[in-house]
Ligand binder design. Structure first.
Ligand SMILES: *Cc1c(COP(=O)(O)O)cnc(C)c1O
Length: 411
């Protein structure tokens, strides 16, 4: 979303026009931002065989998956349903990495049958894998290096209490199981959680993976997961992707020298590729003055964008209907019967009932975490592609709420 000629727009189209055409609440995604982010990441790792596997869970609309594929990305799926969505988007099984946690072995077998790369994160599952396939199916191993990513324990997955990955402390046991079943380990993986601020966390984890990699002669890639931070607040420090890329590329290429042949360097960004590409457009239903604040109550809530309430995430909010007026202090809240505050004490150009607000940085973990709580419909989704807005998901109707309900009594 750009502010140009006194209007917020995407690829030259005023967002107010998009809101008028498709209604609110509405998620709108800008493909040009996805493309810029994709290129930035690729170009930060020159002279490496870099591959990006887009993390589908950030934003899983099939049209977005297709767009990611058109950029050259593979797919990282965390459920068999995301694998299926990937196939519907045209990804071939060999382009999909399936990283499940805590799923039944049946779902892992489904993945193997489809032909995706399985990323196993538990020794007992690896033993079942060995019992079933011996060394006939290549496999990737997810390691937990026990690094604390960023400062937020809610989104960090690498710490000692985390349920993810096979602990680096279990290396001896892991190698025994691999050796016993003659497993074909083609990849090593770590994903320490979101919001990694500097290269040091990555490099510390990388060193641990490199040590283990030396024991595994059949590797084809090492996957460093994600955690690329995007700025949410104006004062947020953004990860220096060029610096990160330089340092990791250097360490990786040195390792490949030692290893004896070049490997692929994989990342699985979600947020980095789509967060800034998306806004949630909402309409102000009410302006309500209380002894404490002035609330702007909008036609959305924690059912559509739960990050502010679940993670205390900061999302910038602007009034796109009034871009010139006096700024006043508002607290932006939803219409759900629950405390669902999008932001306290925000300075916005004066809000009149009916004004459209844009909640920024809503591309990642927005729609994909949305629900029907309070029996509300989820928003529609629009993709702006080559200068045109396309509806890529219809607004729900009452049928969507009742579809799977089974009446057993007459009313
Ligand atoms: C969620 C997830 C990602 C993406 O994380 P972002 O912070 O959105 O980039 C990547 N890999 C795995 C295994 C994940 O679970």
């Amino acid at each position: 979303m750009l502010f140009k000629n006194n209007a917020y727009q995407m690829q030259g189209i005023p967002l107010l026009d998009i809101a008028k055409q498709f209604g609110t609440p509405l998620y709108v995604y800008d493909t040009s931002v996805m493309q810029v982010q994709y290129k930035k990441l690729i170009e930060a790792f020159p002279k490496t065989r870099i591959k990006l596997k887009y993390a589908a869970k950030a934003l899983s609309n099939i049209e977005v998956l297709k767009y990611m594929r058109s950029l050259g990305a593979g797919l990282d799926a965390v459920s068999i349903q995301e694998v299926e969505l990937g196939l519907l988007a045209g990804f071939t099984p060999d382009e999909i990495m399936y990283t499940p946690n805590g799923v039944s072995f049946d779902e892992i077998k489904e993945g193997v049958d489809i032909g995706v790369t399985l990323n196993i994160d538990n020794i007992s599952v690896l033993e079942q894998f060995g019992n079933t396939y011996q060394g006939s199916v290549p496999v990737c191993i997810r390691i937990n290096p026990h690094l604390m990513a960023g400062g937020n324990p809610k989104i960090s997955t690498g710490h000692i209490d985390s349920k993810f990955g096979i602990s680096i402390l279990q290396t001896r046991h892991l190698l025994r199981v691999i050796e016993t079943y003659k497993l074909k380990v083609v990849g090593l993986h770590m994903h320490t959680g979101s919001d990694i601020l500097d290269a040091e966390v990555f490099l510390n984890g990388a060193k641990l993976l490199f040590d283990l990699a030396k024991e595994l002669p059949q590797l084809e890639f090492i996957d460093f997961g994600s955690g690329f931070k995007v700025p949410y607040h104006a004062s947020d420090v953004q990860v220096d992707i060029t610096d990160l890329g330089k340092k990791i590329s250097k360490a990786f290429n040195e390792f490949c020298q030692t290893y004896g042949r070049p490997l692929e360097l994989w990342f699985e960004p979600g947020k980095y590729l789509v967060s800034e590409a998306g806004v949630l457009l909402v309409k102000t239903n009410v302006v309500k003055t209380t002894p404490a604040t002035v609330f702007a109550g909008v036609d959305s809530g924690l059912n559509h964008l739960i990050r502010p309430m679940m993670y205390d995430a900061y999302h910038d909010i602007v009034n796109i209907s009034n871009t010139q007026g006096t700024k006043r202090v508002y607290s932006i809240v939803g219409y759900i019967c629950e405390t669902d505050t999008f932001g306290w004490d925000r300075q916005l150009h004066e809000i009149t009932e009916g004004d459209i607000l844009a909640i920024k940085n809503a591309g990642a973990y927005g729609y994909s975490m949305a629900s029907n709580y309070n029996s509300r419909f989820r928003p529609a989704e629009v993709l702006v592609l080559e200068g045109k807005p396309y509806l890529i998901r219809k607004r729900e109707t009452l049928d969507d709420l009742t579809r799977n309900q089974v009446p057993i009594t007459k009313n």
